[in-house]
Write a protein that binds this ligand. Structure first.
Ligand code: NAP
Length: 463
């Protein structure tokens, strides 16, 4: 299917969209460029006024926007509404702080006066995924627009209505036409956009393969990129942890967004002495999760976003089982209760699954599982836990549960990840930089670092 809304709960094609033709893409980039020439000169106060208005539109219409997301990619409706609220919060954060974050910085040198100033780059391309259709876009757009850049969005092909709704939010908020545009284009059209001289930089949130492809294309044009890619975050539970809280958080951290989050906890690394107790509680909580229609507020877990994702996830689970892993719960999409509900029979539902005893040489240990599947490992001590946690090619987030101050210090310093959360689940926050190392990508979004990614950090020296 090209660019279309396909309801993942039912399999029904709701609406199909024609991709833009090359001439229209060219025209839109031209509009973005023209807009930039004026927009860059506006005051922070003017941009902030529009950004606050965008936040207010999101808050006022959160139910409506939440329903669009749930329809297009299946996240439970309460989570979708919370995502709209969080998107409003990032608009407000940068509306209130951009001017201070980008203020000139005086540096004493041999000059009479030397300082750093931060200036916008121009048209920035954002290539975004479907899993947080609003949040991912707003966490790019709020800092980019507040810095004086203009944005063009290529959203994932399965969330076109979300993409169009976001463009409309910015227009209704008062931003000039051309400050933020949604281009309905397929992945194959992105190289044309990156190669365009008027496009100065790009941000991608998505898979490793998209990262390789886009970063190569941007590299060939010497254009800066921020890459937010996949992860296989460890969730480490040591003997001294508050077990009840750790187990409850483990469920949320794995199941968030029906298991389809880059920073979802994916590998549970538990100290041997508490592993039985942890496992028993985890299985019990998994068994109680309600799978079903994501529009129903009672539902804990909706469908996976597309049939292809379900297929791929199940192949990974089968490969684990074939290599010797043991299934503690789930593992078979044929057995989900939604199969007996006529309206949901063709939905992409996957049961909450826990796999353990994965052999040391299983290739699955290196993979990201993008769905409600937890991998459970037992380790004798912290050394083994840290070694296992760091043993993947990813380095996005890590969560470590221990009350022991020395263990906490070691986790903070020794875990190879863009963020480490002690006694809490990994999450993003407008005030804190977010991003990864290793094959999870490079660059940062959010915080002061995020707004300084797409600016010219200019040194000025005056004698
Ligand atoms: P994806 O297939 O890479 O798609 C992401 C975006 O990239 C979509 O807009 C897609 O367009 C586009 N795209 C894919 N291949 C491309 C190519 N060769 N050239 C240009 N554009 C291309 O990723 P996904 O499956 O939607 O998202 C899940 C992945 O994103 C997971 O790995 C997850 O961990 C990662 N993610 C990372 C973060 C983070 O902050 N680090 C956050 C969320 C998700 P089409 O839809 O048209 O193919």
């Amino acid at each position: 299917m090209g660019i279309a809304t396909v309801n993942p709960s039912t399999g029904e094609t709701v609406k199909v969209f024609e991709p833009l033709v090359a001439e229209e893409i060219d025209r839109r980039i031209g509009l973005a460029q023209q807009t930039f020439e004026q927009y860059r000169r506006l005051s922070f106060a003017q941009r902030a006024e529009w950004m606050h208005r965008a936040a207010q539109i999101l808050i006022d219409e959160r139910q409506h926007f939440g329903k669009i997301m749930t329809l297009e990619m299946g996240k439970p409706i309460a989570a979708a509404i919370a995502e709209v609220e969080k998107s409003a919060s990032v608009c407000r954060y940068y509306a209130d702080h951009a001017e201070q974050l980008l203020a000139d910085v005086t540096i004493e040198t041999d000059a009479s006066h030397s300082f750093i100033c931060y200036q916008p780059l121009g048209v920035i391309l954002a290539v975004m995924p479907w899993n947080f259709p609003f949040w991912q876009v707003f966490r790019f757009a709020a800092p980019a627009l507040m810095a004086g850049n203009v944005g063009i969005l290529k959203h994932a092909s399965n969330v076109p209505q979300s993409a169009l709704a976001i463009e409309e939010v910015f227009l209704r908020a008062g931003f000039p036409t051309g400050a933020f545009q949604t281009l309905l284009v397929g992945a194959s059209q992105v190289s044309q956009i990156i190669a365009d001289d008027r496009v100065k930089a790009a941000a991608l949130t998505g898979s490793e393969s998209a990262g390789v492809s886009l970063a190569s294309a941007a590299g060939a044009q010497i254009k800066k990129m921020v890459l937010e890619l996949g992860g296989s975050d460890p969730f480490m539970v040591m003997e001294s942890a508050d077990l009840e809280t750790a187990v409850a958080t483990a469920v949320t951290a794995r199941m968030i967004n029906n298991g389809q989050s880059c920073i979802a906890a994916k590998r549970f690394i538990v100290q041997e002495s508490i592993a039985d107790a942890f496992t028993e509680r985890l299985v019990h909580k998994y068994a109680a999760l309600k799978l079903g229609d994501p529009m129903n507020p009672e539902t804990d877990i909706g469908p996976l976003a597309t049939a292809a994702i379900l297929h791929e996830l199940h192949e990974q689970v089968e490969a684990c089982i074939a290599s010797g892993a043991k299934v503690l719960i789930g593992g078979n999409p044929e057995t989900v209760p939604t199969r007996s509900i006529v309206a949901l029979q063709h939905g992409n539902f996957y049961p909450p699954t826990i796999l353990t005893d994965l052999p040391i040489d299983s290739p699955s240990r290196q993979e990201e599982f993008f769905g409600p599947v937890a991998l459970l490992f037992r380790v004798p001590d912290l050394d083994a836990a840290i070694e296992l946690a760091n043993s993947t090619s990813f380095g996005l987030g890590a969560s470590a549960w221990t009350q022991n101050p020395e263990e906490q210090q070691r986790c903070m310093r020794e875990l190879e990840a863009g963020s480490v959360f002690i006694n809490g689940m990994v999450k993003s926050d407008p005030r804190l930089p977010f991003g990864g190392i290793k094959r999870s990508g490079y660059g940062r979004e959010l915080g002061a670092e995020g707004i300084r990614e797409f600016v010219n950090i200019k040194t000025v020296w005056v004698k």
